[in-house]
Ligand binder design. Structure first.
Ligand SMILES: [Fe+2]
Length: 386
């Protein structure tokens, strides 16, 4: 196997690096950036600070602030029109995974035309888009360092995975100070998303030695720091650790892919508007239990690295401790089941066949150590209902 890694050509990480965003734009020879963000961020000081920074660097920017959670094709179309009519030459996304994915899709359509569904996996993206500087404010989806975007089709209601090296942002500016005000629930959900990225990248059939190193480092930090960031949001060390680990986990899964948890999580998010990290959390313990037998050594490595198992534990003991630890962690982070989240049971059971088909079509389950049948995926959806 030939191992490879791709990352943004410029990567800045650390407290205070947000102040370098305009310098990064100038370095990429950008003059007319379109800032892509959401209504919530618009109310924060951050957007104003970014605009002031750009004006200070004589960059002519405009703001597209209509992005929504689970970016839709309709919103992206509006963004493309604004990008083109404003004569913009670059994109700056500011926010969680949704604004970053929206900017990726705007750039892709500005360069290639067509509709997002034309490029859904496994279709290629022929041309690279304009430079894109991603500034995450959560820790995190890792989208600032990935070659993926997840877009909801406004017409077919499908949550589409789009993948290609041209979706990789040109630059990522990763400043943990931007995450200090993240609410508790968002901290838990985006943090568990990162943990899922790290574990799935490590057990993925596409893992390589580069991604292994990053994934193990990320899961160790996330396991240790997430409860602190959840309980004590003002803890700078925990926030810093989480931000760095989320980016490492993002690089790992961008190059090794995610697996069954993500494949099954996207349809839950689409049908029931469960935040992405939360639907991952609902699935992670049960899917790990289902998958572990097919890669016991890999899952045992995770357990030992995270410190839930002792070095001298056998692989099977370590894997059991991992599964127990994941269930326990969900209780600690107050993760609901689909039932306690408030999803109507009849509707959930009714759409299991569609969710199963969409999970399989995403390609992610095929990277799983144990490749599931449709019946096994459906059974897992029923198992987590509770
Ligand atoms: Fe994710």
């Amino acid at each position: 196997m030939i191992a490879g890694m791709s990352i943004p050509s410029i990567l800045r990480a650390g407290g205070g690096c947000f102040a370098q965003a305009s310098e990064v734009l100038l370095r990429l020879k950008c003059r007319r950036p379109l800032i892509v963000t959401d209504p919530f961020m618009m109310k924060s000081q951050l957007v104003h600070a970014l605009v002031a920074q750009m004006e200070g660097a004589e960059l002519a920017c405009a703001i597209f602030h209509e992005t929504v959670p689970d970016p839709t094709t309709a919103v992206i179309d509006t963004g493309v029109r604004m990008f083109q009519s404003g004569g913009h030459d670059s994109l700056v996304s500011l926010g969680g995974g949704s604004p970053i994915d929206t900017a990726k899709a705007i750039g892709m359509l500005a360069a290639n035309g067509g509709r997002p569904r034309d490029y859904k996996v496994p279709n290629p993206i022929p041309k690279a888009g304009p430079p894109h500087i991603a500034i995450p404010t959560t820790a995190g989806t890792g989208s600032e360092v990935t070659r993926f975007a997840v877009i909801s089709d406004s017409e077919t209601q499908e949550k589409m995975l789009i993948a290609g090296s041209s979706l990789m942002p040109s630059a990522a500016v990763v400043d943990y100070e931007l995450t200090m005000t993240m609410p508790r629930r968002l901290t838990a959900d985006t943090g568990t998303d990162s943990l899922t990225h790290a574990i799935e990248a490590y057990v993925s059939r596409k893992a390589n030695p580069f991604t292994d190193t990053l994934a193990l480092s990320a899961m160790k930090t996330i396991w240790a720091e997430l409860p602190t960031a959840f309980r004590r949001p003002e803890d700078r060390a925990a926030r810093e650790g989480m931000m760095m680990a989320a980016t490492l986990a993002g690089i790992a899964f961008s190059n090794a892919s995610v697996a069954l948890v993500h494949g099954m999580s996207r349809p839950i998010g689409l049908f029931f508007h469960v935040p992405h990290g939360l639907s991952n959390a609902m699935l992670l313990p049960a899917v790990t239990r289902f998958s572990a037998g097919a890669a016991q050594g890999r899952y045992a490595d995770c357990a030992r690295t995270m410190g839930v198992a002792a070095q001298e534990d056998s692989d099977s003991v370590a894997v059991n401790k991992l599964v127990e630890g994941l269930f326990r962690r969900n209780e600690e982070l107050e993760v609901p089941s689909p039932k306690s989240f408030g999803i109507p049971e009849g509707r959930y059971m009714e759409v299991i066949p569609i969710m199963t088909a969409q999970a399989l079509a995403s390609g992610s389950p095929q990277n799983n150590p144990r490749i599931p049948s449709a019946a096994e995926i459906a059974q897992l959806y029923r198992e987590i209902w509770k």
